[in-house]
Design a protein around this ligand. Structure first.
Ligand code: GLY
Length: 320
């Protein structure tokens, strides 16, 4: 009896744990429709990878990294293996991670050959004297700390090659942002709340197909692609990077909460559907506060997303 009471008390004191993941917001496509089961399975597996860590008492930071690592390794998503290809049919990846406990952050851009760019972003945060690294220097740093590396062929999938081919064949029919034709987005991200009340966010992408060599995605920019602050929220963004950058998406939500006192759901809904209602680009966000309230808002045809909480809320969705 005493033991049961102790367990009940312990459980009552445990904070809510939550993990949200996304696999990109953007237009619908034949490929997505034909692969709904594989996408849902991937989102579910990403939730499992991160939630297992939270359930075992692990940190929000470890959980978001594990969930994003899974999505980077799953070639159906546009991050890590399966990344969108640039105009030269090469892979250049961007990622960021942020710890809501102390606002420490790490980010990498134009990364090549690193199997898990978000793990490199975390290493920049924890093992280098810098915050944001790119290109050859970031790759050399990854090699110096023995991160897993892969040859270029590992990252390039048939689907990414087809997407690039289609993008090159299209002329003027697609949405243009900053001169770049954009069609689909499969950026991945995760936000988590751990048992100690800490928030974290992580985002990773191969960017947009047929991008110019050297183009950098919002996903690597903390405050835009990722943001986490225990006092407000953790956010991971997806969609047309150029618009997300213009509107400083992730930090904007935190600022609405901190400066205007808006609850998380209202802040997300206001930003996406009122303040930015006339923005023509696709945008999506997953967001979570330290009480475990969460929101998943997008203005596009679909956003691949999943959620799991210790209150028993659990699901994956692509459309409404
Ligand atoms: N949001 C991802 C990108 O623009 O590449």
């Amino acid at each position: 009896m005493f033991l049961i009471q102790c367990l009940l008390q312990k459980h009552a004191k445990m904070n809510k744990i939550v993990l949200l993941v996304h696999g990109g917001a953007g237009p619908d496509s034949k490929f997505i429709k034909e692969n709904i089961a594989a996408y849902n399975e991937g989102l579910e597996e990403a939730l499992n990878a991160g939630y297992t860590i939270l359930e075992a008492g692990g940190s929000a930071l470890d959980a978001v990294e594990a969930a994003v690592n899974y999505l980077e390794d799953n070639e159906i998503f546009n991050a890590g293996r399966g990344s969108a290809l640039n105009e030269k049919a090469e892979v250049e990846m961007d990622a960021s991670i942020m710890n809501g406990k102390d606002q420490s952050l790490g980010a990498v851009a134009i990364v090549k050959n690193v199997k898990n760019p978000v793990t490199l972003a975390r290493a920049v945060m924890e093992k280098s004297k810098h915050t944001y690294m790119g290109g050859a220097g970031a790759k050399a740093f990854a090699e110096s700390i023995n991160l897993e590396m892969r040859p270029e062929e590992y990252f390039i999938t048939d689907h990414a090659l087809e997407q690039l081919q289609e993008a090159k064949e299209e002329n003027g029919e697609e949405l243009e942002v900053a001169g770049i034709k954009q069609r689909s987005h499969g950026t991945v991200g995760a936000v988590a709340l751990d048992k100690d009340g800490n928030l974290a966010a992580a985002t990773s992408t191969g960017g947009i197909e047929n991008k110019m060599e050297g183009r950098i995605a919002d996903s690597s920019m903390t405050g835009i692609g990722s943001y986490a602050n225990n006092k407000t929220c953790a956010v991971s963004g997806t969609g047309d990077g150029e618009y997300l950058m213009q509107n400083v998406m992730a930090f904007h939500i935190s600022a609405l909460m901190e400066y205007k006192g808006l609850p998380l759901k209202e802040a997300c809904s206001y930003l996406m559907h009122e303040k930015l209602k006339d923005v023509k680009g696709d945008m999506g966000i997953i967001a979570l506060d330290a009480k475990g309230n969460f929101a998943m808002e997008y203005n596009s045809a679909r956003m691949h997303r999943g959620w799991k909480t210790s209150d028993g809320e659990h699901g994956v969705k692509i459309y409404e």
